[in-house]
Design a protein around this ligand. Structure first.
Ligand SMILES: Cc1cc2nc3c(=O)[nH]c(=O)nc-3n(C[C@H](O)[C@H](O)[C@H](O)COP(=O)(O)OP(=O)(O)OC[C@H]3O[C@@H](n4cnc5c(N)ncnc54)[C@H](O)[C@@H]3O)c2cc1C
Length: 329
């Protein structure tokens, strides 16, 4: 968002040993630490961070083929995520092609269990390696112990800030992706008469869809989707349907619970292609869920604009939107 204060100390780490050294130094100085990738999912508070920011540049890429079909790829947490997707797709591997073009580092993907177009990292991640800042040891954590759920894990939940992830291992298949695909993706495939599917065809389709809807964070200051899609009960859905029978919604797999599109709620609450002159913030014309910093002076401006949206949606639909990017420190 190009907003927020400064950090007292910052260090780039390229190896596990450098990470250990950085943690030891900060511990000695009694300073708090935060490990980051590129900061695409962080809103920094205006008051800054009186601690050590550890910028992750730990690189690694190892591909192990168990047999013709099953590949295990171990990736350094500092690798650029989209380059990882590009590389595995080029090798004909399927499993993460729908996660194309998500900004950030590989090591951040388990933190909020990144997901898009019907895939999430929890589906392919088998284990990860992390430095446990409590026990001061490297540990291997299997996927089943990561506490993965929709946009969450133990790393942004109960154990927030405890583990610094240094590598992730994914199980990918040497195979073509098969339908059913996520509705938006399927529509793009139909519209473009695409009827045979390879990892690379799906990656290209996802990139085309994303480029048409989302601003490039290198050019336009934004955090991607600013709100998670809310999960509500059947009663709330029925109340909204009384006025809006066509509201889109998805099954969650949990009885009586449905997921609503946050973008739809934001638009209907009056924020479609909206510029707020008081805060200098706006919503992105092609996707109202993306808040854009046009001329905001501070994170306080951003949070004021966010609150206007949250209040308007709550008043109109009785649904509370939850912010997706993390407010730090
Ligand atoms: C335009 C745009 C589109 C986006 N689209 C999507 C999308 O489709 N789906 C989706 O899920 N997300 C999306 N995001 C959010 C973001 O890309 C992901 O959350 C990404 O994984 C963040 O990576 P990062 O390196 O920038 O992490 P950061 O923003 O630097 O960090 C995010 C959090 O993870 C922690 N963290 C980072 N690295 C580590 C590590 N190695 N060990 C421990 N903790 C760590 C940080 O402390 C922080 O809490 C989008 C963002 C933008 C700007």
């Amino acid at each position: 968002m190009r907003l927020g204060g400064t950090a007292a100390y910052a260090v780039e780490v390229t190896t596990r040993a450098e990470l250990e050294e950085a943690v030891a130094w900060a511990t000695e100085q009694s300073l708090p630490m935060i490990m980051v990738g590129i900061g695409s999912n962080i809103v920094w508070k205006d008051e800054g961070f009186n601690g050590l920011l550890i910028i992750n540049k730990i690189m690694r890429f190892e591909d192990f083929a168990e047999d013709d079909a099953n590949h295990y790829v171990t990736i350094g947490s500092g690798e650029n995520w989209d380059s990882v997707v590009e590389r595995t797709v080029a090798a004909g591997l399927t499993g993460i092609e729908a996660l194309s073009l998500i900004p950030g580092n590989a090591g951040a993907t388990p933190v909020q269990n990144v997901g898009a177009y019907g895939q999430e990292i929890a589906q392919t991640l088998t284990s990860l390696e992390a430095y446990d800042t409590t026990t001061k040891q490297f540990v291997n954590i299997p996927a089943m112990d990561c506490g993965f759920a929709y946009r969450s894990s133990r790393f942004n939940g109960a154990d927030k800030g405890r583990f610094f992830i240094t590598a992730i291992t994914l199980h990918l298949a040497k195979a073509n992706p098969a339908p059913p695909f996520y509705a938006t993706l399927q529509k793009y495939l139909d519209d473009n008469n695409i009827t045979s599917f390879t990892p690379s065809i799906i990656r290209d389709a996802v990139i085309a869809i994303r480029n048409s809807r989302l601003p490039d964070p290198a050019v336009v200051a934004n955090n991607g989707s600013f709100f998670a899609n809310p999960i509500v009960d059947g009663g709330t859905l029925a109340q909204i349907q009384a006025d809006y029978p066509d509201i889109p919604h998805w099954d969650t797999g949990e009885p009586g619970k449905v997921k609503l599109p946050a973008a739809w709620l934001v638009e209907k609450a009056g924020f479609k292609d909206f510029y707020d002159s008081e805060t200098g913030m706006s919503t992105w014309p092609a996707q109202a869920l993306v808040l854009v910093n046009k001329s905001a002076r501070s994170t306080a401006d951003l949070l004021k604009f966010k609150q206007k949206i949250v209040d308007a949606v709550a008043t109109k639909f009785n649904v509370t939107l939850v912010q997706e990017p993390e407010l730090l420190p």
